[in-house]
Write a protein that binds this ligand. Sequence first.
Ligand SMILES: [Zn+2]
Ligand SMILES: [Zn+2]
Length: 354
Amino acid sequence: MKCKQAFMHGPFDLRIEEVELPALLPNQVLIKLGACGICGSDVECFEGKSAEGRYDIAPYTPGHEWAGKAVEVGSAVTSVKIGDKVVGDCVLPCFQCANCKDNKMSSACLNMREVGFRPDSPGGFGEYMILEEAYTHVIPEDWPYELGAWVETFNVGYWGVWGNGCDPDASDTVAIVGGGPIGLTAAMVAKESGATVVLIDPLPARRENALKYGADYVLDPTASPIEEQVLELTNGKGASVVIEASGNDIGIASVFDIAGHSARIGLIGHSIGRKVNVEIGKTIWKTLKISGSGGTTRWFPRTIRFMSKIKDKYDFAALNTHHYDFFDLADAMDLAVNHKDIARKVMLTFKDMD
Ligand SMILES: [Zn+2]
Ligand SMILES: [Zn+2]
């Protein structure tokens, strides 16, 4: 079967091409795409600023924030049926190598694939995609595809807050550094735990927005030293949980300043490939616990249940600031790349989806 998919050949070289899809293997699902978000990491790869997109073995089909419909299932597939609305994992572990057998995270898999970043795991920038059943998850029938396309992002924020030891409850003040999509999902998750949520971002529009997605307080780190602002808000204690979701050097460095004694810290924002100056001694004197968040294993079903509970409480649809038909991909990327200030989330849509 022929279909159109986009291929990243190199920086600023993204082309829609017609391909012949391979025959479906017994353990695979053929998915017709319904929506696909453009992630900040897609933009960084497009701009040639990130090595996550594998240009050394390019071309590859981007798109890891997708939702679609199963239109064909392999003969051995049992948990997905034709017509199901589905989403899928981004980091794909093999479940067979020494690290997978040792129950390590997906990112430790010795044969790891990553949807939307490598030629061996094509993503959702295309009319159709193929994924193994093991990584394909059914979402409720009444969800719009665009909500489904938020599952991967929400999963990152959710796991960063609850998957690796930060575990906030109503006794905590959670400071979230960065009010982009991941920061907002972390804010919603933290809020649902009963904690007091403080979101820090230099952009006024992001701060204002965060108040609608779980933040009780928002702070501008450029107004005055952020450490002082957080201490003032917390009666001199500092935040008991800090989630870093900006990936920005100043944001990462601030984590050690705004964390209170014995705080738990979750690092989600990327800084791979560069050193960041931080006052690491505060980790010792404050007895901080730091956990990293890079790829989850078997958390999508939990994320889908969580989102089902809160999807009517927060306006997920309003998070998508821009919509483009898939075939207008060039315009969509142009907006995502050149108007980061207004493009909170650019969503690709697909015609003829019910
Ligand atoms: Zn993403
Ligand atoms: Zn493995």
